[in-house]
Design a binder for this molecule. Structure first.
Ligand SMILES: [Fe+2]
Length: 246
């Protein structure tokens, strides 16, 4: 089975289109989305419509999806993120809002071999930043692999013989072969708002046959995504950060 692993599109249609185009060239059997379809970017409706065409797909909600649905307060969001949530809430069509409000809360176990979550398996809103967090996350999973999002950094944590080690998937064309006697927490990075100073859209493909996870970075039309953000009078910082990858 080949899985496309992707997360954190955040309303960025142009970045998502680059991933969809890329996937056409790769044989993918199953899509796994790790939350945050919306928030920050200017195209929530187009993304919610397109995600429904991807089949089969397994997905969980993100904290921005939850906030747009009113399932979470925006008090914990910074002012820029909060204003994007309010804008998204107003601009998302009722039927599309209904779709994101039905997204499942993570963690979710798929085929008894893969866990998926947005933040962490013990708390969907928690950021796994570092080996200490990862060790706690490993305590909360029963599968050999857990895919997570939320931090917008492509990262792999390995647990082997009770030692946890993390590796940032810096740059392009990284791949990791999953060993049978180890467990893994894997973040594919963010499609629509990378924060690792590489502005290209991030995603990964996991081949459960070869046990290899490949990480990809894809060029996309950043200028168009920025133009839409500014045209909608969303905060200009949300446009600027896309070209910096922060
Ligand atoms: Fe996110």
């Amino acid at each position: 089975m080949r899985y496309l692993i992707f997360a954190d599109i955040h309303g960025n249609l142009e970045a998502f289109l680059a991933v969809l185009k890329f996937v056409q060239k790769k044989k993918v059997d199953h899509f796994i989305f790790l939350g945050d379809l919306v928030g920050y970017g200017a195209s929530p409706n187009e993304i919610i419509q397109k995600i429904q065409n991807l089949k089969p797909i397994t997905l969980v909600r993100g904290n921005h999806d939850k906030a747009v649905c009113g399932l979470d307060t925006i008090e914990t969001f910074n002012p820029i993120a909060a204003s994007a949530i309010l804008w998204t809430k107003q601009r998302t069509l009722k039927k599309n809002l209904a779709y994101i409000c039905r997204l499942k809360k993570g963690p979710f176990i798929l085929h008894e071999t893969i866990t998926i979550c947005h933040g962490a398996p013990f708390d969907e809103d928690y950021y796994i930043f570092g080996e200490f967090d990862a060790a706690e996350a490993f305590d909360h999973i029963t599968t050999p692999v857990c895919f997570f999002g939320h931090t917008h950094f492509p990262f792999v944590y390995v647990e082997k013989e009770n030692i946890v080690a993390g590796t940032f998937m810096e740059g392009e064309a990284n791949e990791v072969k999953l060993e049978k006697d180890a467990r893994y927490l894997i973040n594919p990075g963010s499609v629509g708002q990378p924060r690792d100073r590489n502005p290209k859209a991030a995603c990964a493909i996991y081949d459960s046959g070869t046990r290899i996870v490949k990480f990809y970075r894809l060029e996309y039309n950043i200028q168009e995504a920025q133009r839409k953000i500014l045209a909608e009078r969303l905060p200009a910082a949300l446009a600027e950060r896309l070209s910096l990858g922060i």
